[in-house]
Design a protein around this ligand. Structure first.
Ligand SMILES: [Zn+2]
Length: 190
């Protein structure tokens, strides 16, 4: 097949050269409720790749993105005990869940991904909506029981931070401690 970015022959949807040039993460951070949110990319930089999310290509592209960011992070991550990684609303949209792909990529010595834990009861789309709309239409998260108290929250895109803020609150109410959050891309970075 051809590399999506440079169109040269490649066994992967994005060739290894393009992965190195375009998908080497540049970390950015912000905080929500005093909890650090680390993003691997600027939304603008990988926008076209993120737009594959709702197509057949999405699974492959998200897998490549996750390998370059979440997997690398997890391999270098050291801690005193094993942490639970919980993805935001990892229900399957089109045969796969994009946040579950990211979460799975964290599997490592100190990180244990857990699935189907945090589900939104409200499935209204936030795409293109402002913060006010997001605030009056909360995700209404339902948290299933899981073992372990120290948590990493995982999402694909952070925009206003409303979703992660709500997820952090839900965790706190269940006496779980969110140590930090990881997102693939930050949409507010210029
Ligand atoms: Zn290429």
């Amino acid at each position: 097949m051809k590399c999506l970015l440079c169109e040269s022959f490649s066994l992967l949807h994005i060739c290894s050269t393009c992965q190195e040039i375009f998908l080497t993460p540049s970390l950015s951070k912000r905080t929500i409720q005093n909890i650090e949110v680390i993003s691997f990319y600027k939304y603008q930089d990988i926008k076209n790749l993120l737009h594959t999310k709702h197509t057949d290509l999405g699974y492959y592209i998200y897998t490549i993105l996750a390998k370059n960011s979440f997997t690398k992070f997890a391999q270098e991550f050291n801690f005193t005990q094993k942490l639970q990684a919980i993805a935001i609303d990892d229900k399957s949209d089109e045969n796969y869940s994009h946040t579950a792909i990211l979460n799975k990529a964290l599997k490592s010595k100190y990180i244990k991904p857990q699935y189907n834990i945090l589900r939104a009861k409200n499935s209204v789309s936030y795409s293109g909506k402002n913060k006010e709309f997001r605030l009056i239409n909360p995700r209404d998260f339902q948290l299933k029981k899981f073992k372990g108290n120290e948590v990493i929250l995982v999402d694909d895109i952070i925009t206003t931070g409303t979703t992660l803020n709500e997820a952090i609150t839900v965790m706190k109410l269940s006496k779980k401690e969110v140590l930090f959050c990881l997102t693939l891309a930050d949409a507010e970075l210029k």
